[in-house]
Design a binder for this molecule. Structure first.
Ligand code: C2E
Ligand code: CA
Ligand code: CA
Length: 402
């Protein structure tokens, strides 16, 4: 059934359109403002959107701009509803990539014919491009993955997910001091879906929230088992999404998982990227400070690739910086990467932070990092991310770097 999202702040107009569309057997979703509308678009992936132009807070232009920025919502047909007949208004909307506009008040026939013509165009377009372009086939693949992902989550079939662990080794002692948890998804029909596809999709659709919560819960349980099994110092890092961090009950959830497992808070490290922090800096800082006050560690992931201002570093409760793989790769032949990395190590130490290099693949890279006193390394040179049992094996075997 065709799903139509109506974003309109005037209740009367909204209800009217809803009644009309439901009478025509459309599946409908309604939002009373732009923000709710966007959330619904990202989580429900409607076939068409009708959106009022003038709304307080986030107006129709804002909604359209945000939709067009994300691949998963970029191609949803979008029709503006506007009470203003001034040409400049709808011109701006069309320039932003709206497909059509309707000037209020409109008749039932005008509305239905605008919808029908948009849906028909979209269908022809889809037929043409799917057969012609790989990019579109790819996006169809993404749509299919999304459908399966929703089904998996609706059925709460979390057995399809697994957490892998990649060791983080102390560069001086050569011993495993921590591990990063990394999500894996094995679907009965799709096979294993790479995180490079899964995570961006889960982020774009908001589905990362339930998945991320499952990862956190699972990791806390597993960490406790390892602590009790003879590795009481082991720290486990968990990747977070911005969506999780801005959930109002995020820090309470963390506390709940720690208490439920009787886990030392310092054995959990949350990995955040700079862009996640900048996404909603005020909310994120409050949450970071709260979880940090419990004793939970915080790491900045992919450091060096994101935000260019470093001034925020001293405002945030951070314990660890993780230098992005990009800088490590080929570091011994690339003098710029070498200069940046040594500066990052120096800066981290001046700020009293631990520094971990990601993606260490060769002995030469390791030698370089040791020479410049990087604290710890993670990468294929020592180990790939491993399933629980295999990670346990290398812990028990006391596998070392040297
Ligand atoms: P990341 O946080 O930067 O994780 C490190 C990625 O680098 C992992 O990819 C890991 O397998 C890979 N890697 C580690 N060592 C090496 C190396 O020596 N060489 C190379 N070429 N790659 C190496 P993976 O597992 O595919 O994960 C990709 C990304 O997906 C992660 O990047 C992270 O951003 C995201 N992700 C994974 N699990 C989760 C999760 O549970 N929650 C969230 N929000 N994101 C996750
Ligand atoms: Ca990470
Ligand atoms: Ca990283």
């Amino acid at each position: 059934m065709t799903k139509i999202l109506i974003i309109e702040d005037e209740e009367l107009v909204r209800e009217n359109i809803l009644d009309l569309l439901e009478a025509e057997d459309f599946d409908t979703l309604a939002a009373a403002n732009g923000r709710i509308g966007l959330q619904l678009a990202f989580s429900e992936f409607p076939d068409l959107i009708l959106c009022d132009l003038m709304m307080p807070d986030l107006d129709g232009y804002g909604v359209l701009t945000a939709l067009r920025e994300k691949p998963i919502t970029a191609t949803i047909p979008f029709i503006f509803l506007t009470a203003r007949s001034a040409r400049a208004d709808f011109r701006q909307g069309m320039d932003l990539g709206a497909d059509d506009y309707l000037t209020k008040p409109f008749t039932r026939d005008e509305l239905l014919s605008a919808i029908a013509s948009r849906l028909a165009k979209q269908a022809t377009l889809a037929k043409q491009v799917y057969t012609k372009f790989d990019a579109q086939t790819l996006s169809r693949e993404v749509q299919m993955i999304e459908i399966y992902l929703r089904r998996t989550l609706e059925q709460r079939d979390f057995q399809q997910f697994q957490v892998y662990y990649q060791p983080i080794v102390d560069i001086h002692s050569g011993q495993i001091i921590a591990a990063e948890s990394l999500l894996r998804w094995q679907h009965p029909e799709l096979g294993s879906v790479s995180p490079a596809k899964l995570i961006p999709l889960a982020e774009a659709t908001g589905l990362i929230v339930p998945i991320g919560e499952w990862v956190l819960k699972n990791v806390c349980k597993q960490t406790k088992l390892w602590h009790d099994g003879g590795f009481p110092e082991l720290r486990i890092a968990v990747n977070l999404s911005a969506h999780q961090l801005i959930q109002p009950d995020f820090s309470q959830k963390i506390l709940k998982f720690l208490l439920a497992n009787n886990l030392v808070p310092g054995s959990l490290e949350l990995e955040l990227t700079e862009s996640m922090i900048m996404h909603d800096i005020n909310t994120v800082i409050v949450t970071m400070k709260e979880v940090h006050s419990f004793g939970v560690k915080i790491a900045i992931d992919d450091f060096g690739t994101g935000y260019s201002s470093l001034s925020y570093l001293k405002e945030l409760p951070i314990d660890t910086l993780k230098i992005d793989r990009y800088f490590i790769q080929d570091i011994t032949n690339d003098s710029q990467k070498a200069a940046i990395t040594t500066a990052l190590i120096q800066m981290a130490h001046n700020l009293n932070l631990d520094i971990v290099a990601e993606g260490v693949e060769t002995e030469q890279e390791l030698d370089f990092l040791r020479q410049y006193s990087c604290d710890a390394v993670q990468g294929f040179l020592f180990s790939q991310p491993l399933p629980v049992a295999e990670f346990e094996n290398i812990l028990l075997a006391n596998k070392r770097l040297y």
